[in-house]
Design a protein around this ligand. Sequence first.
Ligand SMILES: C[S@@+](CC[C@H](N)C(=O)[O-])C[C@H]1O[C@@H](n2cnc3c(N)ncnc32)[C@H](O)[C@@H]1O
Length: 252
Amino acid sequence: MKSMPVLTVHPELFLPKPTREFLPRLVMEVDPGDKMYSGHDRHYLSSGASALNVILAAQNLATMETFGRILDFGSGAGRVTRWLRAAYPSADIHTTDVRVQDLDFCTRALQTTSWPSGIEIDKLRAPATYDLIWVGSVMTHLSARDWMRLVSKLLSWLTPGGLLVFSVHGRLVAARDGTAYIDAAAWKRIMKDHAKAGYGYADYADQRGYGVSVESLSWTAKTIESIPAARLVLLSERCWDDHHDVVALQAG
Ligand SMILES: C[S@@+](CC[C@H](N)C(=O)[O-])C[C@H]1O[C@@H](n2cnc3c(N)ncnc32)[C@H](O)[C@@H]1O
């Protein structure tokens, strides 16, 4: 059995100010199978805190006192969930992922209710409704059609006035040499469609329906405009981990 890594706080760790008070109650154990943990404790901790920072901003803008029930959709093994647990200790937190092997850790170490997700978005069913749904780096892997399907589905799982907060690849990623994300030929196709339609997507070489997407700000705004009964609370560029743009929508 692999030993359980324990995070250490580097003296130069930067945490956004609104998140610092939650560090003392953060769970520091890491699932040895956590795909988002590469041994860099400082980055693992700062990216989780950065997600919480945006969620707190959206919560304040939406004037919500707290969240009774939260869903981390595509939670993985809890890189962000642990910050949600620390910030909302009495919330009923749910975690879901297609990587069911990640969910045991979330249930045990972060006291979440876990349920398995699936890749067929139209077939997804949630066991509850939520005041907050966080979706970190899932839209960034979907086609425009699946983006729209998943956003609509998740909005339907919100309580009235609830918040959906999700990350997307925006201008920063579009300006990069995308070979760190996907192979060069696929990146070229993504950029061609991005230039033409504002949204580019290609599958990973070994997967169908799962790959890399990049969207323009105008595509994001125009698409949100087409969604009735959702208020745009924030659209902030590279506010998650100095990398992903984040959108927050509030159910009407
Ligand atoms: C890049 S990882 C991010 C994990 C986590 N949100 C974080 O920031 O640490 C994307 C996650 O989305 C999950 N995922 C992809 N498609 C999904 C689906 N249809 N339902 C639930 N999770 C999904 C993947 O299995 C993976 O754990």
